[in-house]
Unconditional design. Sequence first.
Length: 337
Amino acid sequence: MFRRSQRARGPHGPPTFRRHPRCGLGAFHAEPSRAARRLARALPLGPSTALGTSDRTTADVAAFVNGTMVRYLDFNDGYIGLEPGHPSDNIPACLAVAEAEGRTGRDLVTAVALGYEVQVQLQDAANLYRRGWDHVNYVLVSATLAAGKLTGLDAGQLTQAVNIAMNGHTWAGRSWARTRRSGAPPLARPPSTAFRTQWPACSSTGELTVSSYDPDALADPAVAALMARVEVRGDPVLTAMLPARIPNRVTIRLTSGDELVREVLDAPGGHGTPMTDEQFEEKFTALVAPLTSAERCGRLLDEIWNVDRAPTVTALTGALVVVDDHPTLDGPSRETS
């Protein structure tokens, strides 16, 4: 059990695992999430669960559905080494495979920790994006090894699983489809649908929330006008601080000619400014509260903080059902009691 006074941090405990259900449920009603669930319902039943529902599907499809939900908002974690990346991209695959294999919550946490350790070690070892490759190449390796551990593969089989996952990889979406057809363990990184209008959208309202992704908000002429005036420039001094720090500077030039400047050297959740338990719970509540009651949000948090005590992963996914998303309706879903 991970008590509030003893919660593990970094890649080894529930604060890491919580990013998956929190971010995924926050994007529950997004059209890409609905489309992924419709696809799952059109395919054969299986042992794994689509996050937030009681829908059962195969492990690879569950990883795809849940990965789509997690990556849609781009609200999940980030790690910056020589290569930046999102280690929680490993979790959708781990969750789906652990459930399919009848594993315990502790088995799930162990696999997630393995995925994190492999990915961040690779990110620390070499840069990819300057060579024209995306960081999800590393997720191919880490998620495959984590899923392979859950399925009980030996060293030789794990080696071949990584070979299959990496074969012919050119970018996230193509790799996802090819790897699934090749039969390698499910991967955690389906095509990302993150909007690059995040910053202008939140700048116009003062905060970045789920509503910042609403079609009306993204199509707001004020947001488009602000985007047209935004210019991004690299500063060698700030860049040199990476990866120990994550510096950013925003300069706003007024019509009077005056400038407003704000510089932040450490983002929340960085090495020097780790997120507190309270910040995690505030973010969880903000994303999940629109789907269910405050009381149920509290119960969900308790289930996640105790993930290592879950007798099976199915018990955990069952506890995370928050809505009855009717397969033929796109309207509001009915909250569970």
